[in-house]
Design a protein around this ligand. Structure first.
Ligand code: ZN
Length: 331
């Protein structure tokens, strides 16, 4: 399929590499793999060549995880977000009209500053919403502020006013909460821990009542919905039957209702047709969008799988292009 649009596609900047080059990723993912990822992250020409080869017209780009959420100094995080949004616009978006757009970085360590920066990024820079890498560290690496917590609702109010989507992207779980991965360090990141962390974060949002207060919020999850299309029916059954509503937080509706109304999923890094069919069945085809997770995945792998997946041509057009075109007002 030609003309595909994808939206979980990552980049990096020299400044970000200095802040976040811990070496831990090499230990976990392999030096050879990470060398190729690091070669591609800051590079526009390499990704454009892949896009042309594999029928991808447009990428909506985002800074690689954990991004601004991992900067423990709040003032530094605010300045970094603003500066990086300018940099991404100047280096990637403006010179390649129509090929690249970007999600804004927002420093949720200070929700009002995040709201102000989102508004500026959307209005002045033409950014397409925000991508948030899970919880925000405040003060140190073992502190978390999750997106459903009361302090953050000021940010969501502005998101609702601006009516732009927020991509909830994974990051690794808190260092102090990794006992279950001890002895299996390969599981902490994208192989397993990402999905566990992010799926749970999404459920927190559903149970918080956030979507009752701001019913037009749209949350995008990658990796075919971080397991939720498969897991949510059981969650709903146990919450509402066994517990008879106890511990449901402030939510007025069922998790299934929020999931089908307020959530969208992408195929990033999860190129498996049975899972795609299940996501379509649970959410409806209008809520599923193609993405690759470049450069952590090969654009070729994602595009070839998607182009040949056993779905109707109508569904392929919606998932591969039209749903994203409408959501992000692309012409
Ligand atoms: Zn990703």
């Amino acid at each position: 399929m030609q003309g595909k649009i994808c939206l979980e596609e990552h980049l990096s900047t020299a400044e970000y590499d200095q802040i976040w080059n811990s070496g831990g990723e090499e230990a976990r993912n392999g030096a050879e793999y990470m060398a190729e990822v690091r070669r591609r992250l800051p590079d526009a020409a390499l990704r454009l060549a892949d896009m042309d080869r594999f029928g991808i017209e447009t990428m909506i780009l985002s800074l690689t995880s954990p991004g601004v959420q991992g900067i423990t100094d709040t003032r530094r995080a605010i300045a970094f977000a603003r500066h990086t949004n300018e940099l991404i616009t100047d280096k990637f978006v403006r010179p390649y009209r129509g090929r690249f757009y970007a999600f804004a970085n927002v420093a949720l360590q200070e929700p009002r500053a995040a709201a102000d920066e989102l508004e500026r990024a959307v209005r002045d820079l033409g950014m397409k919403g925000a991508l948030v890498n899970g919880f925000s560290n405040i003060g140190d690496a073992d502190t978390a502020q999750y997106l459903d917590e009361p302090a953050v609702w000021e940010f969501w109010e502005r998101v609702a006013q601006l009516d732009v989507p927020v991509y909830l992207h994974p990051r690794e779980p808190l260092p102090g909460q990794r006992r279950i991965y001890e002895g299996y360090p390969a599981l902490v990141g994208s192989a397993w821990g990402f999905g566990h962390e992010t799926g749970t974060h999404a459920v927190r949002l559903m149970l918080s009542g956030l979507f009752d207060r701001y019913p037009n919020l749209r949350i995008i999850l990658g990796h075919m919905g971080e397991g939720l299309p498969f897991l949510l029916p059981r969650l709903q059954s146990r919450l509402y039957m066994q517990r008879r509503g106890i511990g449901l937080g402030n939510a007025k509706k069922t998790v299934g209702e929020y999931f089908t109304r307020n959530f969208y999923v992408t195929t990033s890094g999860h190129f498996h047709t049975q899972a795609l069919l299940n996501a379509i069945a649970e959410l409806g085809v209008e809520h599923v969008m193609f993405s690759t997770d470049y450069p952590y995945e090969h654009a070729e792998t994602g595009a070839r799988w998607f182009d040949e997946a056993l779905i109707s041509d109508n569904d392929r057009l919606r998932i591969g292009r039209e749903n994203a075109r409408q959501m992000f007002h692309l012409t």
